[in-house]
Structure formats: structure tokens, C-alpha cells
Design a protein around this ligand. Structure first.
Ligand code: PLP
Length: 372
């Protein structure tokens, strides 16, 4: 039997991620593999930390990529900061808050849930009330940019409330990093994770994280061992931490890290403010076309993510058939709804490299043609 090399079609990725990868990133990933303790690679790691601090807008020392996708960044935050018997406040306004709850429970802790309607932001008043009612809570977790709905929550206010109640705060910034304003240390977010496949225009599979000194202190003073060997930051930092002496922890995904480094260089060249403005600008262009077609958005404009546009499916339309025609006839991927929004919405991503005017026009033209 003879097998052949896989040659994927050239798609335009306008779903909830992965999004189109910048060709410069793919080129960087094809450069020669070197050893994970090679001095040249160690220098790249140091540079990456500086670039990640810029991307996260953080002055925390700990900024590094976890060698696995966004879900592993999520787990890294929870397994290091949660101990058996703890009570954690989890905000849920979409799919990913539900995964946070799972993480808390798998750490042997109890999750107190603050729930908001899907498509709405986390309500800070409910968080305040829940913390008043549960004075034992020392950790709050929320999703900054809910990819399942397209709503952004007020990270700064949530961090202020958490700190006022002596809590640390975990923020999921998988979809916000590089596309929406995010000021990690100014806002006081304590443990933040992201993903490479959304607004960073990189391939999937890595999860940048950053931790505040207060979060590190809590990890160092744990009563129990972190239950995951791979994600135990005390061990990972033997490799990613500062200092000339780096010890083997796991074999770093060398070429994937070349790609992330390149994507961060590209972000620095553009400038974060410019990148956020570009996302906003392209969202406005998409919105004009979507509304001209008589379609509407799920999320109110005030808390709508420019990089993830949830559009209500008109009555009588076979939504899966539309998506498959877009894919087959236009090589264009858009996303379906999840959970209670399955069958009710399309999710149109304008993330990172894919957030450009050509894609806006392609999507509007193709959607219009398929719907009429
Ligand atoms: N959190 C959010 C908000 C996400 O959108 C995603 C992925 O889409 C994840 C976490 C999980 O990331 P990954 O699929 O890279 O594991």
C-alpha cells in the first residue's frame, strides 16, 4: 500500500480559531531544528520572554509559553493555584467557564459559580455579591474573551473586586491576546493564559502564560504537591526560568517556538495598539455588510469582540449547509455555534493575520451569494 504526503487545501480561516497563519511564521518554523539546550536556543527563549511581556503588557518576570495548546495553559493555572479542599469562584458566560469548573473540581476543590447569559459579559456585581457571601474564597477565574459567544468582560474591574476580597484572579485570554486591549500587570491579573492560534497569527499548539509575584508566592507555599508533573511550575521553571543554568524538563517544541517568536516579532513591529485598532476597523467593515444583508449580531456592541463575530442565523436557513458551501465553493471556513447557541449562530472570526479587508469582502460576498 502506498501512502502519499498530505497537501491541505488553501483555506481562509474565519472561524473561532485556528485563524490564518502569517506566512512569515510558517517560514520561521521551517528553519533548522537545534537542541533545546543549545545556547542559541536559550537566547531565543530569553528573547521570547521579553516579547511575551510586551504582548501581555506585563512586567511580571514569569512569562513563557506552555508546550501544549490553550487548554494546557488553563490547566497550568488551575493545577498550580488550586489545592484540594479550596473553594474557587468561577464565572461562566459561555463554554470555557464550564471548563474552568471542570478544572477546579478535578483539583479536588469546590467551584462556586457566577453564571451570566451566553452572549453577555460577566456581571461584576454578581461577583462582588458571591465573594461577600463566601469569605473563604481566595481565587476567582473568568474568561476575558468568550470565544463561544463573542463577548468581552471587564477584566480590570473583575481584578479589582477579586483583590478587594483578598483573592487572586485567573484570566483566560486565549482570544483576547493581540486583538483586544489587555494590560495584565496594570489591571492586576494574577495568572493569565492564552493560545497561539487566534490573534497571534501563529499555528495552534502553544499556550503563553504569565503569573504575578503573588501567584508565584502562593504556588511556593502550597501545602500539597501540584498533581500534574508536566505542569508543575516549580519544575517547568527549571527550564524556562531565568539564569544561565537550565535543566532538562521536557523537549521543547523547537520549531513551533520559532513560529511563536516570529509572530511576537510581527506583533511588536505592528504595535499592540495598532493591532487592536485594525481588529476594530475590520469588525466595523464586516458589521456594515452583515447589517446591510439584514443579519444581526448576538452580542451588544458595547461588549462585542471585534475578532469574534456571532451572527444570528436567519429563520429557515440550513446553517450547516451554508458552512459547507462556503468551505467547498469558496475555501472559506466560518464557525458554528456551541452549546445552547448550536444551530442558532455562526461565528465569524477576524483574528490576527486573517483580520484584513480582503477577508471581510470575501466573507460578505460569499455569504451573500450562498444566502440568495
Ligand atoms: N479558552 C478559550 C476562550 C478558547 O477559545 C479556547 C480555544 O478555542 C481554549 C480556551 C482552549 O484552547 P485550545 O483549543 O488551544 O486548547
Amino acid at each position: 500500500m502506498s501512502h502519499q504526503s498530505f497537501h491541505p487545501p488553501l483555506r481562509t480561516l474565519m472561524g473561532p480559531g485556528p485563524s490564518d497563519v502569517n506566512p512569515r511564521v510558517l517560514e520561521a518554523m521551517s528553519r533548522p531544528t537545534i537542541g533545546h539546550l543549545d545556547p542559541m536556543f536559550v537566547a531565543l527563549m530569553d528573547d521570547m520572554k521579553v516579547l511575551l511581556r510586551y504582548a501581555f503588557q506585563t512586567d511580571y518576570d514569569l512569562a513563557m509559553p506552555v508546550s501544549a495548546p490553550g487548554s494546557a495553559g488553563m490547566e497550568t493555572c488551575f493545577v498550580n493555584l488550586v489545592e484540594p479542599g479550596d473553594t474557587v469562584l468561577v464565572c461562566q458566560n459561555g463554554v470555557f467557564g464550564g471548563r474552568m469548573k471542570e478544572n477546579v473540581e478535578r483539583c479536588g476543590a469546590t467551584a462556586v459559580m457566577v453564571e451570566d447569559e451566553w452572549g453577555k459579559p460577566v456581571d461584576p456585581n454578581k461577583v462582588e455579591e458571591a465573594l461577600k457571601a463566601n469569605p473563604d474564597i481566595r481565587l476567582v477565574a473568568f474568561v476575558h474573551a468568550e470565544t463561544s459567544t463573542g463577548a468581552i468582560s471587564d477584566a480590570k474591574t473583575l481584578a479589582e473586586i477579586a483583590h478587594r476580597h483578598d483573592c487572586l484572579i485567573i484570566a483566560d485570554c486565549v482570544t483576547s491576546l493581540g486583538g483586544s486591549p489587555l494590560k495584565v500587570s496594570e489591571w492586576g491579573l494574577d495568572a493569565v493564559y492564552s493560545g497561539t492560534q487566534k490573534c497571534l497569527s501563529c499555528t495552534p499548539g502553544l499556550s503563553p502564560v504569565t503569573f504575578s509575584p503573588a501567584a508565584i508566592e502562593r504556588i511556593q507555599n502550597r501545602k500539597s504537591k501540584v498533581q500534574s508533573w508536566f505542569m508543575d511550575l516549580n519544575l517547568v521553571l527549571g527550564y524556562w526560568g531565568g539564569g544561565a543554568k537550565r535543566a532538562y524538563h521536557h523537549t521543547a517544541p523547537i520549531n513551533a517556538l520559532y513560529g511563536l517568536h516570529e509572530s511576537l516579532v510581527i506583533l511588536e513591529e505592528e504595535g499592540i495598539e495598532n493591532a487592536c485598532q485594525r481588529h476594530q476597523h475590520n469588525h466595523s467593515a464586516l458589521r456594515a455588510g452583515i447589517e446591510a444583508m439584514g443579519l444581526s449580531f448576538v452580542v451588544d456592541e458595547a461588549c462585542r469582540l471585534p475578532q469574534l463575530n456571532s451572527v444570528t442565523i436567519p429563520d429557515g436557513v440550513d446553517e450547516a449547509a451554508v458552512r459547507s458551501r462556503l468551505l467547498n465553493e469558496y475555501n472559506l471556513e466560518i464557525g458554528a455555534g456551541l452549546g445552547p447557541l448550536a444551530g442558532k449562530i455562526w461565528r465569524i472570526g477576524l483574528m490576527g493575520f486573517a483580520s484584513n479587508q480582503t477577508n471581510v469582502l470575501l466573507c460578505l460576498g460569499a455569504l451573500d451569494a450562498v444566502l440568495t
